[in-house]
Design a protein around this ligand. Structure first.
Ligand SMILES: [Zn+2]
Length: 362
C-alpha cells in the first residue's frame, strides 16, 4: 500500500431538488432517519452485568422479558418480536445460553410495541437448548415444552426477513441478540488449550476453566463505500453472490494492521481498479451475519473507467441520479433493502429517498 494521507473533505450538500428526509447532519453524516438502528438507546448495564449474581437477579425480576432465538432466528408474533415473561419460561430453556441484552429506554415514546413490555424493562436472550426446527416458518406447537407460552401463529425470523418493519428498539435488540448468539455458537472452546469454556459476565465473556483465560465477543470491521466520480456520478457494483439485477456499494473487510482509510483505498482498487481519495466517514451499522460492523464511507475519484475484478465484483456501473431512479422504477436494477447501510449510503448521495416500483416493498 503506497497511498498517501487521505484528507477529509468538506461534506457536499445534496442536490436540493432531491432532498426530503435524508438531509445529512452538520457533520455530513448519515441522518438517523436513513438507518433503522441509529436512534435506539438500550442500556446494556455493562458495569453491572459482570457481577456473578447479576443475571440471576434479573431473571428473578418480575418484569424481565425474554427474547427467544433458535438457529439464528428469533421468535416473532406477527411483525413484532415475541417477548415472553422470563419468569414463566421452563427451567430447561434457561439451562442453555442466557445473555443479558439490556434495559429498554425509560421514555414511553421509545417503548417497545411488544405486549406486556413496559419502558425500562430488562430483556434477556434465551437460546433454546434444543433447537426447534421451524415447520414452514411456524413454530410447532405440540411436543415443545413451553410452546403454549407463545402466541398463536408465532414464527421464527431473522433481521434480514423481518428487519424492515421493526421499530428502532426492536431492531437493536434483534441485532444484538443475533450477534452475541452467533459469537457463542462459534466460540465454545478455548483457543489456547481447546477446553470447553464457560459463560460468565451475564453472557458477555467466556472463561477457560483450565488456564483461566477470558475471551470476549468479537466484531469484524468492514468498510462500505460510495465512490463518487469527477462528474458527480455514483459507482455501484454487482457482487458475485448477488442477483444479476442488484447494484450496491462496494465493501470489504479491514485487514489486521490496516486503517479504515487504507482499507477503503485497497478494496476499491482491488474490486474495480479505481483509485480513491477524500475518504470521509459517514456512519456505521452492526451487521451480524455473522459478526460484521459495517463502517460507511464516501470517497472521490478522478478515474472514469471502472474494471470489475470478476471475482468479488462482476459488474460496475456509474449512475447519475435521474438515471438511477429511472432504472429502479423500470425494474432494470434493484438496490439493497432499506434496512442496510448500503441503501442509506446510496440515498445519502442521492439526497433523499429513492422510489421503488409500485407494489414492491423495500
Ligand atoms: Zn484454555
Amino acid at each position: 500500500m503506497t497511498s498517501g494521507p487521505l484528507p477529509v473533505s468538506a461534506p457536499r450538500a445534496p442536490d436540493s431538488a432531491h432532498s426530503d428526509s435524508a438531509h445529512p447532519d452538520a457533520a455530513g453524516r448519515l441522518a438517523g432517519t436513513l438507518l433503522p438502528v441509529a436512534s435506539a438507546a438500550i442500556d446494556r448495564r455493562s458495569a453491572e452485568r459482570a457481577d456473578p449474581s447479576f443475571l440471576t437477579g434479573v431473571l428473578r425480576g418480575p418484569g424481565t422479558m425474554a427474547l427467544l432465538v433458535s438457529q439464528r432466528r428469533a421468535a416473532f408474533d406477527g411483525e413484532r418480536l415475541a417477548l415472553l415473561p422470563a419468569g414463566l419460561l421452563p427451567a430447561a430453556w434457561l439451562e442453555g445460553l442466557v445473555v443479558y441484552l439490556g434495559r429498554l429506554p425509560a421514555d414511553p415514546a421509545e417503548a417497545l410495541a411488544a405486549e406486556g413490555t413496559e419502558p425500562g424493562t430488562d430483556v434477556v436472550l434465551v437460546a433454546l437448548p434444543e433447537p426447534v426446527e421451524p415447520v414452514e416458518g411456524v413454530l410447532p406447537e405440540p411436543a415443545v415444552p413451553g410452546a403454549e407460552l407463545l402466541p398463536d401463529g408465532a414464527r421464527w425470523a431473522g433481521f434480514r426477513e423481518a428487519g424492515a418493519v421493526l421499530d428502532a428498539v426492536e431492531a437493536s435488540l434483534l441485532i444484538e441478540a443475533t450477534a452475541i448468539a452467533n459469537w457463542h455458537e462459534g466460540h465454545v472452546r478455548c483457543p489456547r488449550c481447546g477446553a470447553p469454556t464457560e459463560v460468565v459476565h451475564s453472557g458477555w465473556v467466556r472463561r477457560c476453566p483450565q488456564d483461566g483465560s477470558e475471551h470476549f465477543p468479537r466484531t469484524d470491521p468492514a468498510i462500505i463505500v460510495t465512490v463518487v466520480g469527477p462528474d458527480g456520478r455514483l459507482l455501484l457494483g454487482t457482487g458475485a453472490q448477488m442477483r444479476s439485477t442488484m447494484y450496491s456499494t462496494l465493501a470489504g473487510f479491514v485487514e489486521p494492521g490496516e486503517s479504515l482509510e487504507q482499507a477503503v483505498v485497497r478494496e476499491i482498487a482491488e474490486e474495480v481498479g479505481v483509485r480513491v481519495t477524500d475518504c470521509q466517514y459517514l456512519g456505521s451499522q452492526p451487521w451480524p451475519f455473522p459478526a460484521s460492523l459495517m463502517l460507511g464511507f464516501t470517497a472521490r475519484t478522478e478515474d472514469v473507467a471502472a474494471e470489475p475484478d470478476g471475482a468479488e465484483v462482476v459488474r460496475a456501473r456509474w449512475f447519475e441520479r435521474e438515471e438511477l431512479q429511472a432504472a429502479v422504477l423500470s425494474g432494470e436494477i434493484t438496490l439493497p433493502s432499506s434496512i442496510s447501510i448500503a441503501r442509506a449510503l446510496i440515498e445519502h448521495w442521492f439526497g433523499g429517498r429513492i422510489a421503488e416500483p409500485a407494489g414492491t416493498g423495500r
